[in-house]
Design a protein around this ligand. Structure first.
Ligand SMILES: [Zn+2]
Length: 500
């Protein structure tokens, strides 16, 4: 897509938001990272300076204020080193009328919103989770989070901060308003993308059958035997099974004139299989790749759904990516890990593998079992690399809403309400509603009863909304990269210096 044609105003000279940093040098990379994030959220180029030089206007002062720096026309954000600290205990506060994560005991107006943003985007509070509350792969449930973060799991706090700061900026410098780049193309107010993790490719594969039988006996539930029977019935023709959701989704999405992305599972190529890895993959016999190739040509996207141990092993990720690309005859640009199992103690170690493997975006950052905002934002962003102290060349598309988050209780009305609630929160901040409904749930039976009804009731009102940009994840990642480059170009053009 050629975005330039879609947006009026791109390319003309823009006034930058000038941010003066008066903080200890150790914190400068983190602050630059956060202001770059804010610039992308606001749609304004941000120019970082370290000294008040001459009469040039300063729009934001972040750090210590002293007599020489009493800048009346600037937004002042106080600096608090302790809010960058992993061990600092944070609480959910009311800050000028919106929710914020701050250090316990800080006056509400004194919260360092830059540090709080850094804390949320880089998931700092998760370091306080003890190892007993994590599984072998480091995954955890939200109950294990420290209290302040646990109470804010479904609030897009960072989006609130960005909106609050932009309001203040525009009140003090109204001329910035005409410079704002639209957040989404076509004048849309928020974005929606539908994605499908594909966990169950062939019910008739030996491990699927064995697992269903064991679950049937242990849980004393007939539904697992029924699934096993379906597996046996389509032993040699998995694509005819109702659990083969690809064709059902393709038909549904064609009817609604949308396209989605499927994340395809691959069994470990060299690392060991784990119990919870997908029990069948896209290389089982009976899968006709011409179907995927044809869908890809018609606008559907395919990404990788790596096995559990892949997070630790670049070669494993590359082998899985190449295996799918070879059969699909198209590159995979994005991925979402099975069980969202990135390295949850050191997420950057997984992100650097994504970059090295040649992915453009990841979409694995969501809570294990609850809808909400693991990084405090519903917007795309580039994750932080703590080693090189700058953003990765990778877009993260946060995952806010997944089928299992809301469908698990079995009451479809409750699920629809919960899904619509999250969607509304995101609409209100102009974010990205990134939805994951597993491929195999299209059948809407067995253990996936009512799943399709749930999705339709959450998604279809959004499809009818003229303010929604409904598109695929790669289109969103490309748009976000393009827009970021435009913002950087304006800063570079003005200052001719390298701005990270
Ligand atoms: Zn999965």
């Amino acid at each position: 897509m050629h975005f330039r044609k879609l947006v009026l105003g791109f390319g003309h000279f823009m006034i930058s938001v000038v941010v003066l940093l008066n903080i200890p040098s150790d914190f400068i990379p983190q602050a630059k990272y956060v202001f770059n994030y804010f610039g992308n959220s606001w749609g304004l180029p941000v120019d970082i300076i370290f000294d008040k030089n001459g009469e040039a206007p300063i729009h934001v002062l972040y750090g210590f204020r002293n007599e020489a720096l009493s800048l009346d026309g600037a937004v002042f954000i106080p600096f608090d080193a302790s809010l960058y600290d992993q061990q600092t205990v944070c609480t959910l506060c009311d800050c000028d009328g919106f929710a914020a994560l701050g250090k316990a005991g800080t006056p509400d107006t004194g919260i360092d919103l830059v540090a709080s943003t850094f804390r949320l985007l880089t998931m700092v509070d998760e370091h306080q989770i003890d190892s007993a509350s994590r599984d072998k792969l480091g995954n955890f449930f939200v109950d294990a989070l420290p209290e302040g973060r646990r109470r804010s799991i479904d609030l897009p706090l960072v989006d609130y901060y960005a909106a609050f700061l932009l309001d203040k900026l525009l009140a003090l410098t109204p001329e910035l308003r005409s410079n704002i780049l639209p957040r989404w193309p076509h004048g849309k107010k928020f974005a929606v993308c539908l994605t499908h993790d594909s966990d169950l490719i062939h019910m008739g594969s030996p491990i699927e059958l064995a697992t269903a039988m064991v679950k049937g006996f242990v849980r004393r539930k007939r539904v697992f035997f029924d699934m096993a029977l379906e597996g046996v019935r389509y032993l040699h023709s998995p694509m005819n099974s109702s659990l083969w959701g690809f064709s059902g989704w393709a038909e549904y999405e064609m009817d609604h004139n949308i396209r989605s992305c499927f994340y395809l599972p691959v069994s470990p190529r060299k690392s060991k299989r784990r119990l919870n890895d997908c029990k069948s993959d896209v290389f089982v016999s009976g899968v006709d790749w011409k179907v995927f190739q044809s869908m890809q040509k018609q606008g559907w996207e395919f990404g990788l759904h790596p096995s559990l141990d892949a997070q630790k092993d670049l070669e494993e990720i590359v082998l899985q990516k190449m295996a799918v690309e070879e059969r699909l005859q198209a590159p995979l640009m994005g991925l979402r890990h099975h069980y969202l199992a990135i390295d949850n103690q050191n997420p950057h170690l997984t992100f650097e593998k994504h970059v090295a493997a040649g992915f453009s975006y990841d979409t694995s950052l969501g809570w294990q079992e609850k809808a909400g905002f693991r990084t405090g934002t519903s917007l795309p962003f580039r994750p932080y690399d703590p080693v090189r102290k700058r953003a990765f060349q990778l877009i993260e598309l946060p995952l806010a809403l997944m089928d299992t988050y809301v469908m698990g209780q079995g009451d479809v009305e409750v699920a629809i309400k919960a899904g619509r609630r999250i969607a509304k929160l995101i609409c209100d901040v102009g974010g990205l509603i990134n939805i994951n409904w597993h491929t195999e749930t299209h059948c809407s039976k067995y253990i996936f009863l009512n799943y399709l009804t749930g999705l339709k009731n959450i998604l279809e009102p959004l499809l009818k909304d003229n303010d929604a940009w409904v598109t695929t994840p790669m289109q969103i990642a490309e748009w976000w990269n393009y827009r970021n480059k435009e913002l950087q170009r304006n800063v570079l053009g003005m200052k001719n210096i390298c701005v990270e």
